[in-house]
Write a protein that binds this ligand. Structure first.
Ligand code: SF4
Length: 120
């Protein structure tokens, strides 16, 4: 399991995995779109998909919603040359981003805990 999987909004909500693989792109369930928009790890998720698909040719089929993007949207990015470098999941910038996200989640959890009343 990748570090960022633990922070995935789709997992937190317990969404059905199948929802992320619709039969037709135009039929993406709205709960998927909402989860991806709210997801703190949307960029690592997107980069993971692009990295997995890096070896595919232009015409190879891509599947699934990753990082809030449909297969067609990812194909367009690649074909338009927008993806020039796919940064590695082992890179320093990736690890730094994950540490920052984990810190944010920890502090969010800590601030949502009820404060304890001290007894004397
Ligand atoms: S971006 Fe979407 S598919 Fe990726 S982990 Fe987040 S909710 Fe799941």
């Amino acid at each position: 399991m990748k570090d960022w999987h633990k922070l995935a909004e789709c997992a937190r909500q317990g969404l059905d995995f199948q929802l992320f693989f619709p039969e037709r792109e135009g039929t993406v369930d709205f709960s998927v779109i909402q989860a991806c928009r709210a997801c703190p790890v949307i960029m690592p998720c997107r980069e993971y998909a692009l990295e997995m698909e890096a070896a595919l040719t232009r015409d190879s089929p891509r599947a699934g919603i990753w990082g809030g993007m449909t297969p067609r949207q990812r194909t367009n990015l690649v074909n338009r040359g927008i993806i020039t470098t796919i940064f590695s999941h082992h890179s320093t910038s990736y690890k730094r981003a994950i540490r920052r996200l984990q810190g944010q989640v920890r502090s969010r959890r800590a601030s949502s805990q009820p404060s304890r009343v001290r007894s004397r």
